[in-house]
Design a binder for this molecule. Structure first.
Ligand code: HEC
Ligand code: HEC
Length: 298
């Protein structure tokens, strides 16, 4: 009997441990999910595919900048995705798709040894240049609705650029387009800081921060530290002993216009692993306003 009791007690204990383990795994799982949810919107900028390779400037990186850093060898490797339908060498046979030798610079859906193009692609007109080829490869059926090319497209801009310079190396040899000067990676901060901030508007926007931050001198720390006198103060230090993340502590230096602008654009881009789960302010003027307001909070 005593043995029986011990067995039952043992199983009860064991299932309790299992349940505990499961609930803690579930807890981690949901926490991880939550973090990702909050973090993601920082990267989502309309018109730009997910791409973190280009660092902070990714948001506005023009396609030309991907072409400028494109790699013919990588493009050749990616071209494997096309080879079930396309040959590329001069005089290569048409298959499910046409031979692609020297296609850049040539008329869209023309020639190619009499390949039977769809009416949709034939109706496009014009030539394959860096712009048209880019949108075609990103999403063929969006470019020519009703196309015969049943291929989902290449969503990664760097991969498209690589494939395009590879195609270009096969009989076209067009010059690469110049990279527009404006949104270059490092320079991105310059025009934004030059915006004049409106502290009164910034105070209104601060409502987005107030769930985690107090700003009055001597205000308590909450989920985030009190922000009185933050402008010009050291990053991730002091603040009544607030427990900063290692990422922010390691940053060094003081908060100035440029660093605050980068931080508020995308906290987890500026400090990977930060505890500030805030997607960021995408509007440069709004950031300038908030920074102007932070300056007034002494
Ligand atoms: C499943 C087969 C298939 C795959 C995979 C495929 N294509 Fe195509 N491709 C086609 C077909 C079919 C056409 C003709 C489309 C039409 O007429 O609407 C075409 C047309 C093209 C054209 C236009 C040619 C011209 O002369 O106007 C280009 C450029 C092209 N493909 C490039 C690519 C590249 C680069 C890849 C790989 C990233 C690729 N394709 C993957 C089947 C394919
Ligand atoms: C969901 C809560 C939350 C929101 C919303 C939030 N923050 Fe934070 N903030 C934090 C946390 C947590 C930290 C500490 C980050 C770390 O240690 O990595 C922090 C840190 C900071 C710091 C650095 C402080 C220091 O001493 O180095 C600044 C500046 C800041 N936040 C400004 C803002 C502004 C401005 C907004 C609104 C536009 C905002 N935060 C929105 C939680 C938040």
């Amino acid at each position: 009997m005593a043995d029986r009791f011990n067995t039952i007690a043992g199983w009860t204990l064991f299932s309790g441990i299992v349940a505990l383990g499961l609930s803690s795994i579930a807890g981690h799982y949901f926490e991880a999910g939550k973090f990702e949810k909050l973090e993601k919107p920082g990267y989502k900028i309309a018109g730009v595919s997910d791409d973190e390779e280009k660092g902070g400037g990714a948001a506005a990186a023009p396609f030309e900048s991907f072409l400028a850093t494109a790699d013919v060898a990588k493009g050749e490797a990616s071209f494997k995705k096309c080879m079930s339908c396309h040959s590329i060498d001069q005089g290569g046979a048409n298959g499910q798709g046409p031979n692609l030798y020297a296609v850049l610079g040539e008329g869209i859906a023309q020639g190619r040894g009499g390949f039977a193009f769809s009416d949709a692609l034939k109706a496009k007109g014009g030539k394959w240049d860096w712009t048209s080829l880019n949108s075609w490869l990103e999403n063929p059926s969006a470019f020519a609705s009703g196309t015969k090319m049943s291929f989902a497209g290449l969503t990664d801009p760097q991969e498209r650029a690589n494939v395009m310079v590879y195609l270009n190396s096969k009989g076209s040899n067009l010059p690469l387009p110049p990279v527009p000067a404006m949104p270059a990676a490092g320079a991105a901060a310059a025009p934004t800081v030059a915006l004049v901030g409106d502290a009164a508007k910034g105070q209104k926007s601060f409502a987005k921060c107030a769930s985690c931050h107090t700003i009055a001198p001597g205000g308590p720390n909450g989920q985030g530290p009190n922000l009185a006198g933050i402008y010009g103060d050291k990053k991730g230090e002091g603040r009544g002993g607030f427990a900063f993340s290692d990422g922010l502590k390691a940053k060094g230096g003081v908060w100035d216009d440029a660093s605050l602008d980068a931080w508020l654009t995308n906290p987890s881009g500026y400090v990977p692993g930060t505890k500030m789960s805030f997607a960021g302010l995408t509007d440069a003027q709004e950031r300038a306003n908030v920074i102007a307001y932070l300056k007034t909070a002494k």
